[in-house]
Structure formats: C-alpha cells, structure tokens
Design a binder for this molecule. Sequence first.
Ligand code: GLA
Length: 388
Amino acid sequence: MEDVLVQSYREKFGSFPEVYSSAPGRINIIGEHTDYNLGYVLPTAIDRHVAFLASKRSDGIVHVWSDSFKQEKRFILGDEGESKQTGWIDYVKGVYWVFAKQGASLQGINAYVWGDVPLESGLSSSAAFEVSIIHALNALFRLQLAPLEMAKLAQKAENEYVGVKCGLMDQFISVFGKKDKAVFLDCETLEFEYIPLYLEREGLRILVYDTGVRRDLATSEYNKRRDEATEALKMLADSGIQSYKEINLAKLDEKKSGMGETLFRRARHVVTENERVKNAVCALRSADFFEMGRLLFQSHESLRDDYQVSCPELDLLYDCGKQSHACLGARLTGAGFGGSGIALVQKRGLPSFKKMILDESRQKGFETPSFHDVEIGEGTRLHHTCLD
Ligand code: GLA
C-alpha cells in the first residue's frame, strides 16, 4: 500500500512526497463520555488509518487531493477563517488555523489523503485525519512537537474549528496506540498505562457493528451532554466535590434531591462508568473476559438509560448480545446516537452471532448494518519516503 500511495502522489503532483504520515482510528473498549469529564477511558487503536502524504510549496497555497472523496480542494494561507462546515477540507483548514494561533509559520503544501477508517461510523476517522495532518506538518516544517502536543492540537482543531466539544480520547489513542494493547488513560492527569489485550489466544474477537445510522443531531446532542455533565458537577461543587473521580455512587445518591432527575442521571453515568473502567482494567489483568463482558453490558445500560445517547439500532446489538451464548458483552462505542457498537465474541460463534444481528435488523426494518473486521493496531507513524 505504501508504494501505491507514493506513486499516486507522484502521478498527481509530479514529484515524490517529502513526508508520509499515517494515523489510526479507534474503538473504545469502555469509558464512554468520561474523557471530557476528566475521568478514565480504555480505548485501542485499530488497524485502519488515514494516510497524509505531502511536500512543501514555495507559495501560500494548500492544495489537497482526497482519494476517499475523489476531490481536490485548495485554500490560501490566512484564509482559513472560521469553519464553513464545507466538508473534509475543514480538517486541514482547522489544523492550519490552530498552528497559526500558536504562532507557527507554515508554508503551503501539496497533499494527498487516503484512508480506510470507515467514515462517520463512530470509529474516529476525523481524529485520525487531524493527527495524520499534524504529524506530517510537524515533520515537514520541523516543528518539534512532542506526541502529547500533537494530540492536544488535534483536539483543539476539532473543538474550536470544527465545533465538536470532544474530549482528548480519540486524538490521544490515535497518537499513542500500540498493537494488542488498550490504553488506560486518566483524562485529568493524562497519565496512562498500556494494558495487554490478547484476544486471539483466548479464542475471542472484538466485532465492530456499524449501524449505518448517521445523525445530524449527533454534534448538538453531544455538546448538550457535555454541558449537562458540567452543570451536574457544578452542583456537586457546593459540597466540596471538584471532580467526578472523587465521588462514589453512595455519595452521589445523597445529593440526588437537589440535582433534578436528568442531571443526576448524567452524573450517575459518569461516576459508575469511571468505576467500570477501573474494574475492566482489573479484569483484563487477570484475563477474566466474562467479567469484562459483564462490564460492557453494564456500560451500555448506563449509556442507554442514564446518559441517553443510544438508539434502537445500537440497543439491538446489546439485545442480541444478551441472547447469544457466543457473546460475552456488547455496548455502543464512541459518542453514540448511531455510529458503531462493539461486541466481545467467541471466534467460533461469530458467524451465527452476525446472522442473528442481520435477521433481527431485517425484522425491525432497520437499515442493513455492516461489520468491520478490525485488529488492534499501532498509533501514528511516519513512513519511509524516497527522499529519506
Ligand atoms: C467522541 C468524542 C470523544 C468521547 C466519545 C465518547 O468519540 O470525540 O472525545 O467523548 O465521543 O466517549
């Protein structure tokens, strides 16, 4: 693939690329809507990437060809302005905009983008895209950014330019992911630890179920949940509680009456989900995949009932998971409202589990879902180019 992309770049722009970066999408094993609440998450990178090949130009034009969209777009440096929400080029503009705000002076580029992270599926193709651009520009203009700075800049582009008030999880895992490992990240201190996840030798797979549901409301509802969770924490601050990590369910219950039902539920999800992440890490350390599965189911219940970010198509995965002997656990992954879910499934039971999901979807009149066969992959990297 590497050679093919370099050749494609060459055909498009008449020279070899000076840099070639790639960055992966992700699945989140557990710890949903906890990142911006400064709690715990446990994501893994997947073996699906966005690749960004680029060379400097001597003028201020940014000229990008997207292989996925079979489209080319250009803009002039300084014209990044506010996001126009005109599509994929906004991610490139957003990154340039963030760099300009940091005072970095960049030149124009010719760039070629390719990717196999499914788009708008809740597998973080946008974080992968942002990180791949930042990594390439970092190398091209010798900006000497540390890995954590790359992740934070990508998040800033998404928050302030694209307009999604996401946490740091997706960008972080796209930078720091490692093969066969999940990353146990404390989103407050940003301390992290690699947790081995050897599914193959246990005869297990993570199935990614893509509902095909893309909700326009996803961004506004996502931002709304974030505001509600912040609001709930503010109410707890009166009792001296500064962070969701400091509180347990019993303490939260005592505060229930003053909070109102909705805010209480949002807070309860965050508090219990943080606990589940810690328990999941213990389960993985002792290779207790049945316990792991139970935690996945509980996480989904909490996201469905308390945080209210599920949808009927995602609930279908959970329901099938509960009925199937082959499935140890299942839950929505990522923001929710559509997108994808994951299921921990015994390898030999995979075909019948998939069939069960397809039959149920048909019966309910849902759009036909798809399945993505993913492995746990590495974080962002620079590839060798002919000019190295
Ligand atoms: C999206 C966001 C992440 C995180 C998840 C929910 O993927 O980009 O920051 O909040 O939703 O856990």
